[in-house]
Design a protein around this ligand. Structure first.
Ligand code: DQA
Length: 147
């Protein structure tokens, strides 16, 4: 049976394509989701791709992943810099966790330099643009295969 990865996206990422394209590019979240599902298929992984503007819903999905997923790739967006609730939920998840950002938050405003996700993540991908989503799937596949 194929393994499942939850790819969870936080607030405002539904606006990708039109939101500050000089930072986030022109690809929409739907484009990214469909590319990720195809790459997942290629690696015999089920990619469950989601987005929410609501912190509690993201916490619910992380808790759901405890039962249903082997890995979480999370772009918590602005909640990265504020959410103890998302940090705590990720700490309850036993599988592999990747923190992902399209931009490199460390090159931006100082309020983006703190991450509540990093201390609950196994790995961090940042600054590779929307390509980061696609590049991380084969790496996670390899890690799950050797776990
Ligand atoms: C982001 C970086 C965050 O600081 C920001 O709030 C986002 C997107 C990124 O993917 O680069 O919404 O997570």
């Amino acid at each position: 049976m194929s393994k499942t990865i939850y790819m969870i996206n936080g607030p405002n990422l539904n606006l990708l394509g039109t939101r500050e394209p000089e930072i986030y590019g022109y690809e929409t979240l739907n484009d990214i989701a469909s590319n990720c599902r195809k790459i997942g298929d290629h690696h015999d992984l089920t990619v469950d791709f989601r987005q929410s503007n609501h912190e509690g819903e993201i916490v619910d999905w992380i808790q759901e992943a405890i039962e249903h997923a082997e890995a979480i790739i999370i772009n918590a967006a602005a909640y990265t810099h504020t959410s103890v609730a998302i940090h705590d939920a990720l700490r309850s998840f036993d599988g592999y966790v990747v923190e992902l950002h399209i931009s490199n938050p460390h090159l931006r405003e100082s309020f983006r330099h703190t991450s509540y996700v990093s201390t609950a993540a196994n790995a961090i991908v940042a600054g590779l643009g929307t390509m980061g989503y696609e590049l991380v799937i084969p790496l996670v596949s390899e890690i799950l295969a050797t776990a």
